[in-house]
Design a binder for this molecule. Sequence first.
Ligand code: KG4
Ligand code: ZN
Length: 352
Amino acid sequence: MTILGIETSCDETAAAVIEGKNDHVLLKANVLATSLSLHAKTGGIIPEQAAREQAKYMLPILKETVRKAFDTSDILASFKYIDAISVTYGPGLIGSLLVGVETAKTIAFTLNKPLIPINHMVGHIYANFIQENKKSNHVTSPQSEVPQFPALALVVSGGHTDLLLMKNHGDFRLLGGTRDDAAGEAFDKIGRMLGLSYPAGPEIERLAKQGNPKRFYFPRPLLHEATYEFSFSGLKTAVLREIKEIKQLNNELIKDICCATQNAIIDVLVKKTVKAAKEYSVRSILLSGGVAANQTLREALELHAKDALETKVFAPPKFLCTDNAAMIASAAFFNYSPMPWRKITADPELYF
Ligand code: KG4
Ligand code: ZN
């Protein structure tokens, strides 16, 4: 089955084509445009500006996607190879979601194709089921094996930090979410305090490699409490306090703060995940979301998961960790439940 995916929940305008086969999907085309450079200047996303850019990018991105997938310039004709359309309907920014949802509805209606609405967070998890050529370092990649159930999914993005027990496709039980800031949000806000540009996660990872891990130690909120919930706003406050005490923030100190920040976030994520993996005797851990692109996190999880003997760690290739439409189409293949286009509406607050 060939599925077109559309994703516009935040600042990306993305489309992809996947081919679903039994227990995995093959990536045929994956295209995206981002308005990130506009937002980097303001230190965060301006929703109206993001949606305006998406309205501009949507059609060119769709055209490029089907051209790549079917190797033809006859865009309309190539739609005959597509069996279904899938689209992110939430959570996200309302103006942004609307661009994707209305585009998908229009295509589904005019070409009489089934339409599958997908939760963006579920989409992140399904990036782990996509087959792609390269093997990601140190982490068992989904190319060689597909995840087995029961699985534990850790979704770490800019807006969410969720730990879920997944007994089968579409069968999710939320074990814990974040009480305040998400992990990616903590990276971004702390980065902003240090004068780094948005989104700060990749830059913190780069600087952390050169930092001294012993100079600072930041708190690990809720690490030892009997809950699978997370909290990262205390970490942000602790870093702010430290920055205020330093008279002159120089490059060395910034690197050391990045290192201690990253270590604190990873420590909490990894220890809670491995604890849950043992408690629920899962066969797979599925890491996903933008923060999953962090190599130190990927390696730490792989290392500590050895304690949970029967558990394999999966993480998508890095380009499928941050927002993309391939993961949306993948989720649609494994949770194939089309809905009449009239019943689908964007839901910015959607959760599990
Ligand atoms: O999943 P995503 O692309 O968008 C949301 O759905 O939120 O995640 C974006 C988040 C940002 O907070 C960004 O700073 C973080 O993922 N991120 C990283 C890395 N790459 C992206 N955080 C830490 N290390 C990275 N390498
Ligand atoms: Zn996302």
